[in-house]
Write a protein that binds this ligand. Structure first.
Ligand SMILES: NC(=O)c1ccc[n+]([C@@H]2O[C@H](COP(=O)([O-])OP(=O)(O)OC[C@H]3O[C@@H](n4cnc5c(N)ncnc54)[C@H](OP(=O)(O)O)[C@@H]3O)[C@@H](O)[C@H]2O)c1
Length: 287
């Protein structure tokens, strides 16, 4: 299977490249090769590809910065994915697109199913929702995979922020009223390839959820990170209101992943096992 991936340096994009081998050939495009601020350039890459399937792992992910750059976020997260999905549809290539728990407003405490009403509460979430709508409107075979709280040994993420803070702090106050599933980027990459094989084998697409289990909070996730690395940092629970940020975050980011299991046989990843792998990777290298 030949896979064209948009994004080369991101958490999920790097893990996709790590899975490249005899059975799966990954061609990952950097920003210089396909800039998502240039929708027609991205579409042209798909028109010219000899890949069997296309994965969009690039996105504008700076949630707070998006509040002051809504047009840039919209172009990267919605206009370009729409143009890419149209180009893929014209060539009958399955298109896989990653989305987010931030398309929901975070009310309630039940895990969201994919058909739940969307109502994003920040610019990033609105741009990602517009991206989903553009991908669906393109009319080709596609999967939109919503995930949450992504972490890996690469890039910027909560695990690396906590480890960095533990170098200089022995006590931290962390938000404890947002609930969700931390999701290892490596598991997202493997899941995308399983879905891609399924689509090529004739399965229909749709919108699916994939998030780490069990559900936790940022504060408990921080405790698990410090425990796994034997760092003596005490964590105090605070509400979101105690950590003001430019973009509001949803309180309920729980995602119900049942349809991915029934349609593709994919189970949600155990984030604690993923955390152990990432910490081992970080300790073995100077990432
Ligand atoms: N991170 C999370 O916690 C989280 C949670 C839920 C959903 N998601 C979704 O999961 C997907 C993957 O996220 P991630 O965490 O792997 O992202 P990431 O590590 O932040 O990487 C983003 C990637 O997008 C690329 N990119 C940004 N702007 C671009 C542009 N104009 N043209 C081309 N490439 C561009 C970046 O390239 P440069 O290095 O050149 O900037 C980078 O490769 C995204 O769709 C994201 O919305 C993420």
């Amino acid at each position: 299977m030949k896979v064209l991936v948009f994004g080369k340096t991101g958490q999920v994009a790097r893990e996709l490249q790590a899975l490249s081998g005899a059975e799966v050939q990954i061609e990952a495009l950097s920003r210089a090769e396909a800039d998502l601020q240039n929708p027609s350039q991205c579409a042209e890459r798909i028109q010219a590809t000899d890949a069997d399937v296309v994965i969009n792992a690039a996105a504008y992910t700076a949630v707070d910065q998006a509040e002051t750059e809504p047009y840039v976020a919209e172009t990267i997260n919605a206009t370009s994915p729409g143009a890419m999905a149209k180009a893929a549809a014209a060539r009958n290539l399955p298109f896989l697109h990653i989305s987010t728990d931030y398309v929901f407003d975070g009310s309630g405490d039940a895990p969201h199913v994919s058909s739940d009403l969307t109502d994003p509460i920040n610019v990033y979430g609105r741009s990602k929702l517009a991206g989903e709508e553009a991908v669906r409107a393109a009319g080709g075979k596609h999967v939109i995979l919503r995930t949450s709280w992504v972490f890996s040994a690469h890039g910027a993420n909560f695990v690396k922020s906590m480890l960095r803070l533990s170098e200089s702090r022995d006590a931290l106050s962390i938000v404890a009223d947002q609930h969700g599933g931390p999701t290892p980027a490596g598991d997202i990459a493997a899941t995308l390839l399983t879905i891609a094989r399924g689509l090529l084998a004739g399965k229909p697409g749709g919108t699916y959820h994939y998030a780490g289990t069990p559900t936790t909070t940022w504060a408990d996730f921080a405790r698990a990170i410090f425990q796994s690395t034997n760092r003596m940092v005490s964590v105090t629970n605070i509400p979101s209101s105690g950590f003001p940020s430019p973009a509001k975050r949803p309180l309920n980011s729980r995602l119900d992943c049942a349809t991915l299991l029934s349609d593709f046989g994919i189970t949600p990843p155990d984030w604690q096992a993923g955390l152990t792998r990432v910490i081992t990777q970080l300790e073995r290298s100077d990432i």
